[in-house]
Design a protein around this ligand. Structure first.
Ligand code: SF4
Length: 419
């Protein structure tokens, strides 16, 4: 088997900063294996789709690749061998993947398609929302589905097995995320989420919350400073719960309480590293934002922009969303943040048309937006995600026209307020 030294990869990333940060790591891994970045997917030997499941439209973008690939395959008769001689990669077998030969595709056109991210995690993790078979049926062009916590371990062997990377490369593999110098450097501090907000796919797509060790994070932060990065963004689905291993303790932490948070201590330690000029984090939620975090926000290098999703201004809607705080508690939190950091800018996310949202509940959201005077508000119309508890428990009973009208009213309101 001869392996082309010019083997190229292409990554298409959808969704949040977490996926962007993971894609930087994935680029680093692929380049560590000897591949180089392609300008476009059609010149790549390996295409990785880093998927998002937050809305149906995001998943439809992945399904839309079927048409593109069909056109590509019709126009391109480049073929590769089936790499039958690589059948002894045990990790690959233990993961239960069929080979190309097993699939009756000893010869097939480039490129090899890998699906990862939240759609893949939703089909392969412990907390499945749909089966892998279902996903493969809808996206038959995909060769491998690897959850976001799997690709790092499995992808190198798969590429060897598919004849795209030489086995010696794995033994010599060492890599760093491929970041763009001059911009903020993303540092993953945790993966997954255990909060189960009722509308959200993340606990399924990304699995259980697992925190990276403090030593690893600090070492990465110092290394990044040496490489010339002075603005770091710490990433987790809910950064406030970083480092908390006891699930009961995690569930019982409450907004505005006196609970000391390991994440606040981590912020303080990273803040002390010489060379760091600005420190941001994504995403914090109100329900476990304690006084310790309010104090940490006042550290001089911590970013003066805080993005924290509130989702609704109504207690009853928040309860249906399983958000574990009231609006009175949230208002108190915002007041204490503003007292502690008077120049803070605030951003939030709002969902309109959540199941059962009445006109009165929606007006409470407008009232909240009016009172808080956010600097940034991202608004989304609720879309049920199969497998989540909101989709199972509640009918999607706010008509689309009403969702659109409420969305437009938020936009008009913000335009008046910000303009
Ligand atoms: S905190 Fe809630 S909204 Fe955020 S990722 Fe976890 S379940 Fe989703």
């Amino acid at each position: 088997m001869s392996i082309s030294p010019k083997c190229k990869y292409f990554i298409q990333t959808y969704g949040c900063q977490m996926n962007t940060a993971d894609s930087e790591r994935l680029s680093g891994l692929l380049e560590g294996l000897g591949l180089s970045a392609a300008e476009s997917w059609s010149e790549a030997a390996v295409v990785v789709l880093y998927s998002c499941s937050v809305r149906q439209a995001a998943e439809d973008k992945v399904f839309g690749w079927g048409k593109k690939i069909k056109e590509f395959n019709e126009a391109n008769d480049q073929m590769i061998n089936g790499s039958k001689d690589q059948k002894d990669i045990s990790i690959y077998h233990s993961a239960g993947f069929p080979t190309r030969a097993d699939r009756g595709q000893a010869e097939r056109p480039f490129p090899l398609f890998i699906l990862t991210g939240c759609m893949a995690g939703s089909a392969r993790g412990e907390r499945k929302r749909f089966s892998e078979k279902e996903l493969k049926h809808k996206a038959s062009f995909i060769d491998y589905i690897l959850g976001p916590s799997e690709w790092e371990q499995l992808l190198p062997s798969i590429l060897v097995r598919e004849g795209l990377v030489s086995p010696e490369r794995i033994a010599a593999l060492s890599y760093q995320p491929k970041r763009k110098v001059g911009q903020t450097a993303f540092v993953n501090i945790s993966e997954g989420c255990d909060n189960f907000c009722s509308y959200c796919v993340v606990p399924y797509g990304r699995g259980k919350e697992i925190s990276r060790s403090k030593n690893e994070i600090l070492a990465e932060a110092r290394h990044l400073v040496e490489q010339g990065f002075h603005h770091l963004t710490l990433l987790g689905q809910n950064v406030n719960s970083w480092g908390i291993t006891d699930p009961e303790h995690k569930r019982n932490i409450r907004i505005n309480s006196d609970t000391a948070l390991p994440f606040a201590s981590l912020l303080r330690e990273i803040h002390e590293i010489n060379g760091i000029e600005r420190l941001s984090f994504l995403t914090a939620n109100p329900f476990d934002f304690t006084r310790d975090m309010v104090q940490a926000l006042a550290l001089p290098k911590v970013d003066r922009y805080l993005h924290m999703a509130v989702q609704s201004g109504s207690d009853t809607v928040l309860d249906r969303m399983n958000r574990r705080h009231t609006i009175a508690e949230y208002r108190k939190l915002i007041a204490s943040i503003r007292k502690s950091v008077p120049d803070i800018e605030l951003g939030t996310d709002i969902i309109v048309g959540f199941p059962g949202e009445t006109e009165e509940e929606f007006s409470e959201t407008l009232r909240l937006i009016s009172d808080i005077r956010y600097n940034v508000v991202f608004t989304a119309m609720y879309s049920p995600r199969p497998g989540t508890s909101a989709a199972t428990k509640y009918a999607d009973d706010v008509p689309k026209a009403v969702k659109k009208e409420r969305y437009a009213r938020v936009q008009d309101f913000l335009a008046q307020q910000l303009g």
